[in-house]
Write a protein that binds this ligand. Sequence first.
Ligand code: PGA
Length: 216
Amino acid sequence: MHYFIANWKAEKNLNDCYEWVKTFSVQAMKYNNSNIQIIICPPIAFLTSIKSYLLSSIPSIKFGAQDLSKFDNGKYTGETTAQMLKDLVDYVIIGHSERRTNHNETDNHVKLKVEQAYQHGIKSIVCISETTQIIPSKTNMIAFEPLSAIASGNNYPVDSIIEFKKGLNLPSTINFLYGGSVNKKNIDSYLQNQEIDGFLIGTASLDPHDFFSLLP
Ligand code: PGA
């Protein structure tokens, strides 16, 4: 099984999301590969609007949030909690480097968020860029995202990714993903390697044709 996870970040308005799903549905309806799991992580504000549209044409598609609160429901203005998300998504991205940088998220925040996700039955996709970063015990997937590779066009070579994975000593229950300038030109080199279970895709997920063209 390979996971193709689209991380749209804060790149789309509602209308952009609709345009994307309309185009993608037409292509993906004809696509049938039980070894591929597509997971879309839209801006959370638009999740419910696009979810029913996509599910009606591609029943196997799954959804994820790009973040969640470290708190459970309560007096926390502006937070989106795991309890709110549990009926909407199966996955959540936690500790993306953009959150670690722009919101000062630490390994401790990541741990609290993974615990929230776990308590409410959401699978966590924890992003790391260094072997020293903590991987909480309830993590479901690790996304290795070298900082120099994110949105730069400088994707990491397969050998370096595998070397990094070896240093993690991951239990076999955790899926290992790669993210960082994955695109049409380099996807085949990754797909050929059994050690990489899937991809977290930013830039190449923004256009529905580009994203679809990555699928084997
Ligand atoms: P990229 O983004 O594919 O544009 O490098 C990946 C990510 O930030 O998750």
